[in-house]
Design a binder for this molecule. Structure first.
Ligand SMILES: Nc1ncnc2c1ncn2[C@@H]1O[C@H](COP(=O)(O)OP(=O)(O)OP(=O)(O)O)[C@@H](O)[C@H]1O
Ligand SMILES: [Mg+2]
Length: 164
């Protein structure tokens, strides 16, 4: 498993990195985001949405667990943005009826680690961490199955270095 670590000094860097990632996404993809409160999971997803050119503002409003952002252009990919923070079990995830396999949407799940892995064999796992006393974030990207390792190799990772 080749983990890559990207250094993201500012919120803009996180947005831009998300946009690069968004341009790589295809229908059927699952991206699992983890990291503490305020780590930048939503900020990264906003960049992903920009890269995918989807409609609507990407946010994590209280009590909204899943939002669907259709593509602006026909033929584009829909972004399904899930915030699983309030979900406690796979049963609750099941209740959302997320169909990861559908080929016209890509699913990004905040707080999905430990909950959604079994929804898709192939996935990209991203762990975001914040520095102690700076805005800098680090994103550790781990490809799981599919062609994620190949696709990650094409991703310009700022300050990329092989991970742990
Ligand atoms: N380098 C950076 N990358 C990302 N966000 C940053 C960075 N520096 C500062 N920020 C700020 O940190 C905040 C990150 O908030 P965000 O909502 O994206 O976190 P989150 O991980 O989704 O939190 P939650 O667990 O509440 O969902 C934003 O206000 C963003 O502007
Ligand atoms: Mg969030």
């Amino acid at each position: 498993m080749n983990t890559f670590v990207a250094n993201l000094p500012t919120a803009q860097d996180t947005h831009d990195f998300g946009a690069e990632l968004g341009r790589l996404l295809r229908g059927g993809d699952l991206v699992v985001l983890s990291g503490p409160l305020g780590a930048g999971k939503t900020a990264l997803t906003q960049g992903i949405g920009a890269g995918m050119a989807v409609q609507g503002r990407i946010a994590s409003p209280t009590f909204v667990i899943a939002r669907v952002h259709p593509p602006r252009d026909p033929g584009g990919v829909t972004l399904v943005h899930v915030d699983a923070y309030r979900l406690g079990s796979l049963a609750e995830v099941d209740d959302l009826d997320l169909d990861i396999a559908v080929t016209d949407s890509a699913t990004v799940v905040e707080w999905g680690a430990g909950l959604v892995e079994q929804l898709a064999e192939a996935r990209l796992v991203i762990d975001l961490q914040r520095g102690a006393d700076s805005d800098e974030r680090t994103a550790a990207l781990t490809p799981v199955g599919g062609d994620w390792a190949d696709r990650l190799a094409r991703l310009p990772c700022p300050g990329a270095r092989p991970g742990r």
